[in-house]
Write a protein that binds this ligand. Structure first.
Ligand SMILES: Cc1cc2nc3c(=O)[nH]c(=O)nc-3n(C[C@H](O)[C@H](O)[C@H](O)COP(=O)(O)OP(=O)(O)OC[C@H]3O[C@@H](n4cnc5c(N)ncnc54)[C@H](O)[C@@H]3O)c2cc1C
Length: 287
């Protein structure tokens, strides 16, 4: 189903799940098991990431097509500007359209490992705004975009810049925006209010990252500009080597965070599953 229809038909906050395309057969087996387990909570859509430098292009496509054929879930294919010309991106979009894939999450993407900062490919695009415009022109897709309640790490003008670019993404055809994960709901509410004042009317769907491994989250968060509140460090640090205890606390904290977001009328919750089902299922059941 198209994202625009999913969003307009939703009579309660929708739950969506994000996966990455695995590199190995074993990883792929795990992904399909995880997808089948998650079907029990009936996600409104599931999205599949696109690797840096277009490295996962073929795998992303195969998994997206597989989701449509094997599960009956609505897939969303992530697509980035990295390493591709507009012609290459156009050909991939045409393949998606022919296969009946209706939803694209259009992003700029990050530089591949070992490269300093993002560089636009000659004949390609510099920003997600340009890619969204292109996807919109190229086919009859429902388009999602990314946004950053704490500001994108490269944004020179901070959150105000991100809101301006979010409005451009909407104007270029995005029907919803999925946020970078955050742990402090007030940051999201402030961002949502400011975006609304700037004319952003599309739903902003909070990205949720339950903490299953404290050290990993601290590392990720430093890279992507998400802050970990002091109270979380205080609770997690003493138990960080006990992964079961971290997982239990991570699920408890994320459940409370989701409940508060739902109480404040979010359109949906997007779970960064890291190809694991347990935490998302446990949280969804509590909600
Ligand atoms: C929900 C979600 C899913 C993601 N999935 C993937 C994935 O599958 N694969 C992957 O590689 N990465 C993914 N990412 C990471 C993302 O690619 C990076 O955060 C990347 O650095 C920015 O992508 P973007 O689409 O937000 O870029 P943009 O919106 O283009 O922003 C990039 C920078 O440029 C600035 N900017 C934006 N538009 C303009 C403009 N028109 N003119 C001037 N400056 C501008 C912004 O302020 C920002 O600093 C995802 C992120 C999120 C939140």
């Amino acid at each position: 189903m198209r994202l625009s229809n999913i969003l307009s038909n939703a009579d309660k906050p929708l739950i969506s799940c994000e996966f990455f395309p695995p590199k190995t057969d074993k990883g792929e087996e795990n992904l399909w098991r995880c997808l089948h387990e998650l079907q029990t909570i009936n996600p409104a859509y599931v999205s599949v990431t696109y690797g840096a430098g277009g490295t996962t292009q073929e795998r992303t496509k195969r998994i997206v097509l597989g989701i449509k054929e094997k599960t009956g879930l609505s897939p969303v294919a992530h697509l980035t500007c990295v390493g591709s010309t507009s012609q290459q991106l156009g050909e991939l979009l045409d393949e998606y359209a022919q296969a009946g894939i209706e939803n694209i999450l259009a992003l700029r993407g990050d530089a591949p490992e070992g490269q300093d900062g993002f560089e636009a490919t000659t004949g390609g695009f510099s920003y997600a705004t340009d890619l969204i415009d292109f996807v919109h022109e190229r086919g009859d897709f429902s388009i999602a975009c990314a946004t950053y309640p704490e500001g994108h790490p490269e944004s020179k003008g901070g959150v105000a810049d991100d809101i301006r670019y979010l409005k451009m993404k909407q104007d270029n055809g995005a029907v919803c925006a999925v946020t970078q994960y955050f742990f402090d709901n007030d940051t999201f509410f402030r961002f949502r209010d400011a975006a609304s004042k700037a004319g952003v009317t599309i739903p902003l769907i909070p990205g949720m990252m339950p903490i299953l491994n404290y050290e990993q989250i601290v590392r990720f968060s430093a890279m992507c500009g998400a802050s970990v509140p002091a109270f979380m460090h205080e609770k997690m640090q003493p138990i960080q080597s006990d992964l079961d205890a971290v997982k239990a606390l991570g699920i408890e904290l994320a459940t409370k965070q989701c409940q508060a977001l739902i109480a404040d009328n979010v359109a949906g919750l997007h779970f960064y599953t890291l190809n694991k089902s347990e935490a998302t299922i446990a949280i969804a059941k509590e909600l």
